[in-house]
Design a protein around this ligand. Structure first.
Ligand code: ATP
Length: 363
């Protein structure tokens, strides 16, 4: 097996008056684990259906390995698709399920069996071939579906929220397995999800999509630490958001007039004096100084700690500063104990705050 690159060239999709996918240019490299991340209804599945050939785009061209896919039927494309609901055949054995696509290609039974066993070994289901799908666990059934999709030796595997029916523990385990399988096979994986954790842990690169537009394509690290838009910043990970008006930009420092006085952060996306802006700061980047313990932070504001939630190694503090709700993540230590409540001073550094023109927020 080997992966091929996938190019979307000006691809768009309209359903009547509604534009589900705005004109999109995108290149997914051969052998890449690529995720498309976005909320329900943003157009991710539509893009996947266009790549697989189940939907013809309103405009634009899809190329796989340099070949145009226009006019090529789904089963003649070098792609395979895995859905959330697996649709295994309940009356067939596991190995027959895996070998299903090979029969249509006229491959002899003995060879089919052999190939199915190889694939079952690859997904750690050796020796389970004679069972029926109902005799397997949810995670095992998911692996059968993956083996079945890989049986036809696709160059591109399209996965539409394949883990969402599994429980949390299994989902986390399967993430690692999928990533490993992708690495082993070298097949290009295009993975659709609304779950940022899934996208960030598995992918080489992630596209974040909002209302039919891909707002950013970057590595997981970059999506998290250098979000390109307010939507990406607020959809990926938690953010504290302050709104205000930009009064001045001095080199790498933007000064913003807010309901909490002047706050400062790093200017992004060409913000200029007079703009309505948003300041984003991650909860783990906000510090807390309690009554009087002054600490040197570039920005400070008074707030009330309203609630404390223990989340294993972290403590989440829900705070309020005027109209603004804020979240702080502290390590679970002696200093973040249950008596942490009431009035406090919050602070954050300019280097940890990003200032962007105001825009769409997630949720
Ligand atoms: P989800 O995670 O809920 O599946 P999604 O991001 O995959 O969401 P799509 O299924 O791509 O979203 O749908 C994008 C938009 O296009 C939605 O608003 C949907 O209602 C609309 N849409 C999708 N298919 C059709 C269709 N055949 N006719 C009309 N509208 C459609």
């Amino acid at each position: 097996m080997h992966g091929k690159d996938v190019v979307l060239d000006g691809v768009s999709m309209r359903f009547g008056d509604f534009t589900a996918v705005q004109p999109t240019d995108l290149t997914i490299e051969a052998g890449e684990f690529f995720s498309i991340l976005g909320p329900s209804g943003c157009g991710k599945t539509t893009i996947l259906r266009i790549i697989s050939g189940f939907l013809d785009p309103t405009a634009g061209d899809v190329r796989i390995g340099g070949d145009t896919m226009t006019g090529i039927r789904p089963n003649a494309r070098p792609t395979a698709l895995i859905f959330q609901n697996l649709a295994l055949f309940p009356l067939m054995s596991v190995w027959e399920n895996v070998a299903f696509g090979l029969e249509a290609r006229g491959i002899a039974k003995a060879t089919r069996r052999e190939r199915a066993e190889e694939l079952l070994a690859m997904v750690a289901l050796d020796g389970q071939g004679e069972k029926k799908p109902t005799e397997l666990s949810g995670g095992q059934r998911q692996r059968v579906a993956i083996a079945r999709a890989l049986a036809v030796e696709p160059s591109v595997l399209l996965l539409d929220e394949p883990l969402s029916a599994l429980d949390l523990k299994l989902r986390q385990h399967m993430r690692a397995e999928l990533k490993e399988l992708q690495r082993k096979t070298g097949v290009t994986f295009i993975y659709i999800t609304h779950d940022q954790g899934e996208a960030l842990t598995m992918s080489d690169r992630v596209a974040v999509m909002n209302r039919g537009v891909i707002e950013q394509v970057a590595s997981s690290d970059e999506i998290y630490s250098q979000p390109a838009t307010p939507f990406v910043a607020s959809f990926v990970g938690e953010q504290n958001v302050f709104r205000g008006r930009l009064t001045a930009v001095n080199g790498e420092v933007a000064e913003v007039e807010t309901a909490h006085g002047t706050l400062r952060g790093q200017p992004r996306n060409g913000v200029a004096a007079g703009d309505d802006v948003m300041i984003f700061v991650r909860p783990e980047r906000v510090g807390l100084s309690r009554a009087g313990a002054a600490e040197a932070r570039d920005n400070r504001l008074p707030a009330t700690i309203e609630r404390r939630d223990l989340e294993g190694p972290f403590v989440n503090l829900h705070c309020r500063a005027g109209e603004t709700s804020l979240m702080i993540h502290l390590p679970n230590s002696g200093e973040s104990g249950p008596d942490l409540a009431g009035e406090a001073e919050l602070g954050f550094q300019i280097a940890d705050a990003v200032v962007m023109p105001a825009g769409d927020l997630a949720r």
